[in-house]
Write a protein that binds this ligand. Sequence first.
Ligand code: ZN
Length: 817
Amino acid sequence: MGARILVLWCLLILAALAQAERPPHELYDALNALRADPSAIYPIVPSNHIELRRGDAVLSFEEGRLAFFAPLDGRISGAVFSGRAHILAIPREPVEKQQMGLFVGAPVLDQEFISAYIRFTDGADAELMEQFRKAGTAPQTDASFRFQWETATAQLNRIHTIRIVLDVLSHHSKPYFYAALEGAATGPFDVFLDGERHEQFAMGQYRKAEGLSFYDIWTSHPVQDFPPFREAFRGLHYTVDTSILPGNSLDATASIRVRAETDSDRVLLFPLSRLLTVDKIVDEQNRALDFFQNEGMNLEEINLRGNDAVYVVLPEAPSRGREFTLQIHYHGNVIQDAGNGVLFVGERDLWYPRLGDTADFATYDLIMRWPRKFRLVATGAKMDEKEDGEFRVGHWKSENPISIAGFNLGDYATASFNSTGHSVDVYANRELEAALRKRLDTSESSALIGLSSRRMTGAEGPSLPSTLSAQAPPSPADALKQLGKEIDSSIRFYETFSGPFPFRSLSVSQIPGSAAQGWPGLLYISTFSFLSPEAQQKAGLSKSSQEHFTELVPYHEVAHQWWGNIVGWSSYRDQWINEGIANYLAILFADTKKNPEHTLHVWLERYRKQLTQKPADASRSAGDLGALTLGTRLSSSKSPGGYQEVIYAKGTWVFHMLREMLRQPASKNPDARFTALLNTLVTKYAYRALSTADLQHEVEAVMLPAMDLEGGRSMEWFFEEWVHGAGIPHYRVEFTTHHAENGFLIRGKLYQEGVPRSFIASVPLYSGGAGHGAFLARVTAAGPETSFHFVTSSPPHKIVIDPQMTLLCTTESGEMK
Ligand SMILES: [Zn+2]
């Protein structure tokens, strides 16, 4: 009876503790200060080994000591281990096995580790305690063990405490498990099982390569027995009131209308540049709210979670569907000076606090105040702009929901081009950024002569040395107009594939460096795209880079007005779709200019080479790095440029192959089906995410019978091979010719290499000869070797594989045996 009373008394104490909740910062500090409990050290011997199963991984602690963290308010949230242990992790998905192989040398992780730091809110302590109890293991006391772990614990707590705070404050069950393991073969690596992530299970490692830091993700995927992750809050409307002060720092207030999407969450996560400092966050009653900014951020977190972050703690969890407004005051400097008066917004997607991901569309009011000497451009329709002393004040309002808002400013020259239904306004700096100016200056002085009349920008005209004026550069306004005109003609070209241009105006603004982005109604275009080929060459660009910046970059970004800004993407797994479509359309537009050096086939050939040729210093070609659905994971310590190399080249080819398969050459509009597909995507997936599965579904809705290689009106084979799979096939053919009654009987074999045995493709064969020769037959390659036969009227001396470039592959033509 006495024992029972004691238990009840303990429960009452716990209940009392739960009611008197610690203030968030006190909770954070207390959790952060937790260390291994010197009196809770459990010895592990091989005969009584301890095991934890999380996601795909089994952690076996075979010999050594495990110490639990001291409890806080009755909760144990961590443990540390030193000794001998083992991890076995077997990813199920082929794409994840392939990545595991890339990083650890085998599709299965099977490795010893010698230490572990573990944090959790998922009851791992009870699971471990139960195993110790069954084994009859009693805790020991050893103060030195805690001491050994002091430095590592202090460092790692800083990163993981905020996630524990999140769980303690929100009364939901999105359990967290994290283990930092010291691998015998790989060095330190991480195991995550986190209910706050879309892909709850992940393993990976921080590594350096080519002077850059990477977080290599060995595997990442959703876990079946977890409920699918959903964002707890949605941003409905943003009013961002920003003052840009002399010196370019900014001072801003963002008022954000938010809707609760669950009943249990009370912590909101806003990505925001760490260069900005949050001063205060208040609710509708003007009550100051607790928040955490940049707590525990390191590179791993930035890679896994995206960006610098602000966590806002509400006094209690609002009920589902409730709407409320938060006001966030912040200041700092995200505007960088590239020299010669060239400014740019460095942290373009982090200059204001924004909820959710790239597929969360909301409406915006941007109120900007900036030094009068600059011009400022922003997303949305400009409602008004006026002078206010030394400043200008403007108001931009989104016409439709947008997933991101931005601005750019500078001492711009500008030109406008009015078209039916929209205007194009081009803004370029009058001066070159310092780094580029220096590169051009150190080349011979003739460097700048090359600014062609066609692609001249306002930037260079007025600053040309007078000795070069004999070249009589055209007026900057003319040049800007020309670029505006070309951009406008790309808009009209894209409208046939993607429907009406979605904005009333498009502002085309220049940014220093080589980056470019296409935001809703606002393009950020690299200075390189504004330079003539001669100036580009002097600046050190290769021939193909020059063509990339001149022929593709501005138009690729224009295509994003539909593909990215109307049709959204949410997961990194689906980012390839909008990039692939935008780039393919840009190439089709470049093809319309009828420059024989830049036909569609020239670009396709360039991308094919990029995918299939193995660079001397690489272990594999870009085409073998991994699937399109790996997105940004393709850039890793193994392949720093992997994302760029694979997504654009292969993504473009995938849409080219789809177009070729949907083509009906005999009909009045051979591309009608491809166009219908793109139009459907734009209308059906407007202002929301388009996933890879959605895309497959929509392709299946318009597919032709010849595309049904597997039967069942399914494009599964295509998506498995080209989107979820890696590898580019290589084909060669052998054949014999015999006289037959009605002509010549051709018998032969088609050999397929470089792809899995299950890979199938419809391969067109042509007779060699003048031009591309004549079409002979289509052979469905199935596996490494496919026999074929067909009858022709005249005997081919040679068989050429897919000379029209309808299939991403490398080939050898076959001579008659
Ligand atoms: Zn893009």
